[in-house]
Design a protein around this ligand. Structure first.
Ligand code: F0G
Length: 458
C-alpha cells in the first residue's frame, strides 16, 4: 500500500514566527513562567490545546456565508439538527456556546439533591467544577492501568466496572445523581473507552436506574480507536460505531470545539427523554439563549453542522491520529517516557520520570513546559500538581497521581515538520534533563490558580 499524506491541501496560510532565544527567555520570565500569560504572537508552535484551535475546511467557511441570523428558527439550526440526528442518532438537541455552557444547563437538572455523587471515568476540570457548583460530588473511577504510563492497554479510559458498582452499592443509589462517560478520557491522556466497557456501564446504570450522559468532546477519535483496537469493529463504518456508542447513553454534553472542528460551539443532545429535553430547552433560555441558537450565531451553527460530517471521515481520522502517533513514536525512540499507547488528541510526557529530581510541589511538568518554550518557542501545558491546586480545607498542596506535560495537537493545523521541531526540542531537553529545576510561587491566586499564578525558579 502507498503511504498516505494528509487528506487535504492548504488553501490559506497564517504566518508564524520564531522569536530569538534571548527574547523567549525574557518573555517567559516576564510572565512569571506561566505559559497562559504569554502573547500568542510570541509563540512559534502552539500546543496549549486542541480546543477551538482547529482549521475549518473551505466547505465550513462557505457555510459561514450562509448564516441565517434570525433570532428564532434559523435554517442553520435545522441543518445542525439534521447532522446531530444523522451522526449521533439522538432525537433532540440544544445548542450552547461551548461545552461548559452545556454542563451549566444540564447538570443542575440532573443533580437532584446536594451532596449527590456524579460518577465518571474521569471528569475534565470544568466538568468537575460544574458538578461541584451544582452541589454534587465528582468521583473518578477510571481503571488503575491509566495511571501507569508504561503499561500498554488499548482502552486506558475505561471505567473500573467493579469499582463503579461497588461505589453505588456502598453509597446507595439514592445518593448518586448520574454517570458521565468521558470520551476520550482527556485527563489521563486522551485515552479511549471501549464499546464493551460502555455497554458494561449501561448495564450497571440500568440495573440501578441511573442515567448515562456522555461528555462527548472527542467522540469521533474514540470511535476511531474502537475501530482500530476492538475485535468485531474493524470493518464497521465510523458513523455506525458512533451511533452504537451513543445508543448506550441517555444524553450528552459536547464541547464542539474539539471534534466539531469549530472555533466555538457546544450542545446538549438527548436520546429520547422528552421531559429531560423540555426542561433543558427551557433552562437554556436564561443561561445561553433562545433554544434555536443557544449562544451561537447562525453561521457558527452552520460551520458545526458541516464539521460534524467531516470529522467522521476515516481518512481524516487516520491522518489526525497518525500525526499524534508519529510525534509519540519519535519521543519513544529517544527514550522519553510518555503515556502509552498515545491518545487521540495529544502526546502526554510523563515528567515524574523525565525529571525525578523535581518533587511534585515544585511542578516537574511545568519545568519541562518552560524549558520547551525557551528551547523552541513551543507552548505546551502542565497537567499535574500545578493544575490540581491545594486542599480546600487544609490548604496543603495536593499531589497529582501523574505529572504530565500535554503536547496537544490542533486539528488540521500543523504538518509533520512542526511535529519534528517539537520532537527535536524535547530530545534536546531530555539530554540535559538533570539540569532542570523546579518552581515556587511569587503570586498564587485562590481560584483556578494555574491560569494567572506567577512563578520563579528555585
Ligand atoms: N469536557 C472535556 C473532556 C474537555 O476536554 C473540555 C475542554 C470540556 C469538557 C469543556 O469544554 O472548553 O468547550 O467549555 N477541554 C479543553 C482542553 C479546554 O484544553 O482540554 P469547553
Amino acid at each position: 500500500a502507498i503511504r498516505k499524506a494528509e487528506p487535504y491541501k492548504i488553501k490559506m496560510v497564517e504566518p508564524i514566527k520564531l522569536i530569538p532565544r534571548k527574547e523567549r527567555d525574557k518573555k517567559i520570565k516576564e510572565v512569571g513562567y506561566n505559559q497562559f500569560a504569554l502573547k500568542a504572537e510570541d509563540i512559534y508552535i502552539d500546543l496549549l490545546t486542541d480546543s477551538g484551535t482547529g482549521a475549518m475546511s473551505d466547505y465550513q467557511w462557505a457555510g459561514i456565508m450562509m448564516g441565517d441570523e434570525s433570532y428564532a428558527g434559523s435554517r442553520n439550526y435545522y441543518n445542525l439538527e439534521k447532522s446531530v440526528q444523522d451522526i449521533i442518532g439522538y432525537k433532540y438537541f440544544v445548542p450552547t456556546h461551548q461545552g461548559r455552557g452545556a454542563e451549566n444547563v444540564l447538570f443542575p437538572i440532573m443533580i437532584k439533591e446536594k451532596g449527590q455523587y456524579v460518577l465518571s471515568n474521569m471528569h475534565f476540570d470544568t466538568t468537575k467544577a460544574h458538578v461541584e457548583l451544582k452541589g454534587g460530588r465528582a468521583v473518578n473511577l477510571v481503571i488503575e492501568e491509566a495511571f501507569d504510563t508504561e503499561t500498554e492497554h488499548p482502552f486506558k479510559g475505561n471505567f473500573d466496572l467493579g469499582k463503579l458498582e461497588g461505589f453505588i452499592k456502598e453509597k446507595g443509589v439514592e445518593n448518586c445523581a448520574f454517570i458521565i462517560v468521558t470520551i476520550t478520557c482527556n485527563s489521563v491522556g486522551g485515552q479511549p473507552v471501549s464499546m464493551e466497557n460502555i455497554k458494561g456501564v449501561k448495564k450497571i446504570a440500568d440495573q440501578y436506574g441511573l442515567k448515562v450522559i456522555f461528555d462527548a468532546a472527542r467522540f469521533a477519535e474514540n470511535a476511531y480507536f474502537i475501530k482500530k483496537r476492538e475485535v468485531g469493529y474493524e470493518n464497521k463504518q465510523i458513523v455506525d460505531i458512533i451511533r452504537e456508542m451513543f445508543s448506550y447513553g441517555d444524553g450528552l454534553t459536547m464541547s464542539a470545539k474539539k471534534d466539531g472542528i469549530v472555533n466555538m460551539g457546544g450542545m446538549i443532545a438527548i436520546k429520547e427523554d422528552e421531559e429531560l429535553y423540555t426542561i433543558s430547552r427551557s433552562m437554556v433560555v436564561p443561561i445561553e439563549g433562545f433554544p434555536t441558537y443557544g449562544g451561537l450565531t447562525g453561521r457558527d451553527m452552520e460551520a458545526l453542522a458541516r464539521g460534524l460530517r467531516e470529522v467522521v471521515e476515516e481518512d481524516y481520522l487516520e491522518s489526525r491520529i497518525g500525526q499524534i502517533e508519529y510525534l509519540g513514536q519519535r519521543l519513544i525512540d529517544a527514550g522519553i517516557p510518555i503515556q502509552r499507547p498515545v491518545g487521540g488528541h495529544a502526546v502526554f510526557v510523563d515528567c515524574k520520570k523525565f525529571c525525578p529530581q523535581i518533587p511534585y510541589n515544585q511542578f516537574p511538568a511545568q519545568a519541562v513546559c518552560v524549558e520547551l518554550y525557551k528551547e523552541a518557542g513551543v507552548r505546551a501545558v502542565e497537567i499535574g500538581s500545578f493544575l490540581l491546586g491545594r486542599d480546600p480545607e487544609t490548604g496543603e498542596q495536593l499531589e497529582s497521581p501523574m505529572e504530565l506535560l500535554r503536547l496537544t495537537i490542533p486539528r488540521r493545523v500543523y504538518t509533520y515538520n512542526h511535529m519534528d521541531v517539537v520532537a527535536d526540542a524535547l530530545i534536546e531537553i531530555w539530554k540535559k534533563r538533570e539540569t532542570l529545576k523546579g518552581f515556587e510561587f511569587t503570586y498564587e491566586p485562590e481560584v483556578l490558580r494555574h491560569f494567572t499564578a506567577k512563578l520563579k525558579p528555585i
